[in-house]
Design a protein around this ligand. Structure first.
Ligand SMILES: Cc1cc2nc3c(=O)[nH]c(=O)nc-3n(C[C@H](O)[C@H](O)[C@H](O)COP(=O)(O)O)c2cc1C
Ligand code: SF4
Ligand code: SF4
Ligand code: FES
Length: 602
């Protein structure tokens, strides 16, 4: 590897370069800091670093100053200039740009004091927000490539596999299969050629865990893939990444080039006789291509359709050769396990789910972002302590975990410590880590419809239960939300859902009815209200809404009657108006016009 120098700066300005912060202008913030630091002649003392996602995307662009450990939020060009003039030059922290606790209004200087971070433990995200994502030396300075050095020079493949098995690490791509066992199976498959694949397809709506790891710490995945190659006897790896992730692709390309230049990929890695190459393969954004056998077909240039298992990829995978496929986050856990040991890793988490899990927290929660928490934290802790509770003080209704394969978890399960098994027991699943929070304004029938629409769009169509069954389920949901549902429809949904689960070929079909079945299980009354009373309690399904004029508020100004396109509103001036429901087309114009809030919708 040779020697290298990481220059010593007295202060670092770390600026988030994740997609979220970039979208809110962090590139301009970086430019401003660089310009202002140069203007002040401090470029040899103060380093400006673009990092990966800090997780607190809701409050981006994020800027952190070290070693002061001051954490600034929502920074723009002007604020950046002020930080240089005040904090960097005069040593005065600019309090107005710090995070303020919403309830106590206490101003918090450090990341570790903030409720969003207090219960987090960062293993997979350890370097995101800490190192310069385009500088391999920064990764090396953070113990990077030490694990690879250790396994190549001090450990046999069997010892490494044993360590991974003992750690209890389970696949983070959704299924939770024990990683060490998978590596062992691929190692034991005899072949002249084997492959390592990193699954970076990440198709769940709302999920961005894998993208953030690849954008913020690409070397951690490259290093782990090489370790996997050494263990299973492979000299070739592919990262299958969706083309919609341009920033992650760009950073991976830079990282791969740097790793080759330093002899950390390619031939005779670190002077040993181990060779390992990595190439990128691009997906076109089909959710089904995240399924491992469909992914393999896609890399081979075929249709992205799953094949029957067995044989498993560990036996017959890419080009019919034994192939180990792991998810990005799974790989991101490997190096810390090698360096800190299986005992350390398995001391974190629950009995059957060890370590941490990264979740993309989204929906009606105050702090939308990326969190990494020890397995076993409760949903309440994640949503209320880290997530800061429900937006606008509204009532929590449910949380969807596991994306389109998962289920909606209601309030009575908020205190369940989450791991792979508990989530399955309550009718959902861990999935890859999407966590979407819903409040009182969300209609659970409509939510189930949203996920089913997604699965119908993304089904490859190969097998009948998934192709036809899901389409029929969606038709029924449409009828229910349009006021044409019957109690027989509800029975049909349950029956069909079970058949699709039992008879579909791949995981997409086998899990696709979950959002419908779980919402029917926990929110049965809401389905019945749609079917029997023809109402949508959350006021979402437009076809079921009825507009009313509240007599106690109506002043008879006639404004509503004037805008109604169907002349459905009648009434004399200064007298209460009424709506003729036969004529009303539910356009909402009257409600938007009334200045006295006299029109309501139920
Ligand atoms: C429809 C479908 C989509 C999937 N999408 C992904 C994905 O985007 N990323 C991923 O890592 N695994 C995905 N999986 C799971 C993979 O098939 C496979 O189990 C996983 O990549 C194995 O890695 P792990 O053991 O590290 O979890 C998907 C599975 C199904 C059925
Ligand atoms: S279950 Fe659906 S996605 Fe899977 S193979 Fe069958 S049709 Fe395709
Ligand atoms: S909702 Fe539209 S159609 Fe119905 S009463 Fe109001 S303005 Fe008229
Ligand atoms: S993208 Fe900046 S904090 Fe997530």
């Amino acid at each position: 590897m040779g020697g290298f120098n990481v220059p010593n700066y007295r202060m670092n300005i770390l600026i988030c370069g994740g997609t979220g912060c970039k979208a809110s202008g962090s590139s301009e913030v970086v430019e401003t800091f660089e310009k202002e630091i140069e203007k002040a002649g401090l470029q040899n003392e103060i380093q400006v670093i673009t990092t990966g996602c800090f997780g607190f995307c809701e409050k981006g662009p994020i800027v952190k100053i070290t070693p002061d450990n001051v954490f600034y939020i929502e920074i723009n060009k002007d604020k950046a200039t002020k930080i240089v003039n005040e904090h960097i030059i005069k040593g005065r922290v600019v309090e107005e740009f710090l995070y303020k606790e919403p309830i106590s209004e206490e101003i918090l200087h450090e990341q570790t004091e903030m409720p969003f971070y207090k219960k987090q433990l960062r293993i997979a995200l350890r370097n995101c927000g800490f190192i310069d994502l385009e500088n391999i030396y920064e990764y090396i300075a953070a113990d990077g490539y030490q694990a690879l050095g250790k396994v190549l020079t001090e450990m046999t493949p069997e010892q490494v596999i044993d360590e991974i098995k003992r750690s209890g690490l389970r696949g983070r791509g959704g299924g939770g299969f024990p990683t060490g066992v998978k590596w062992e199976m691929t190692r034991k498959s005899n072949s002249d050629q084997k492959y390592v694949i990193c699954n970076a397809d990440e198709g769940d709506p709302g999920a961005f865990m894998d993208r953030s790891i690849l954008e913020g710490d690409p070397h951690s995945v490259l290093e782990a893939m090489a370790i996997c190659g050494y263990c299973i006897g492979a000299d070739k790896g592919y990262i299958y990444i969706r083309a919609e992730y341009p920033l992650a692709i760009q950073r991976l390309r830079i990282a791969i080039k740097q790793a080759y230049e330093l002899g950390l990929l390619g031939k005779n890695i670190l002077g040993t006789n181990f060779n390992f190459d990595i190439d990128l393969k691009y997906g076109a954004g089909a959710f089904i291509c995240g399924e491992e056998t469909a992914l393999i077909n896609s890399i081979e240039g075929g249709r992205g359709e799953p094949t029957v298992k067995p044989p498993f990829p560990a036996q017959k995978g890419l080009w019919k050769k034994p192939t180990n496929i792991n998810n990005v986050e799974t790989f991101a856990n490997i190096c810390p396990i090698i360096l800190k040991g299986a005992d350390w890793f398995k001391s974190i988490g629950t009995e059957k789910s060890k370590g941490t899990k990264v979740f993309a927290l989204a929906g009606k929660v105050n702090n939308v972002g990326l969190v990494e928490v020890p397995m076993g934290l409760t949903l309440r802790e994640i949503i209320y302590d880290l997530g800061g509770g429900i937006k606008e003080g509204k009532k929590f209704k449910a949380v969807q975990t596991g994306g389109p394969s998962g289920g909606c978890i209601p309030v009575q399960h908020l205190d369940t410590p989450i791991d792979y098994d508990t989530l399955t027991q309550i009718g959902s699943m861990m999935g890859s880590g999407g966590m979407i929070v819903m409040d009182e304004d969300d209609c659970m029938v409509n939510i189930a419809k949203f996920y089913l629409e997604f699965t119908c769009d993304e089904s490859c169509g190969r097998c009948t239960p998934c192709r036809v069954g899901n389409t029929r389920m969606l038709e029924i949901l449409n009828e229910i939300t349009e006021g044409k549902g019957t109690m027989e429809h509800l029975e049909e949904l349950k029956e069909l859902g079970q058949i699709i689960k039992d008879t579909s070929l791949c995981g997409l079909g086998q899990t696709s009815p979950n959002p419908v079945l779980s919402t029917m299980n926990f929110f049965w009354d809401e389905y019945v209200a749609h079917v029997k009373d023809k109402t949508c309690p959350a006021g979402v399904c437009t076809a079921l809404l009825k507009y009313y004029i509240l007599p106690e508020k109506c002043v008879g100004c006639t404004a509503c009657a004037k805008v109604c396109p169907t002349n459905a509103i009648s009434g004399e001036v200064r007298k209460t108006h009424v709506i003729d429901r036969e004529k009303c087309i539910k356009c909402g114009a009257c409600m938007a016009t009334c200045r006295f809030n006299a029109i309501t919708r139920r």
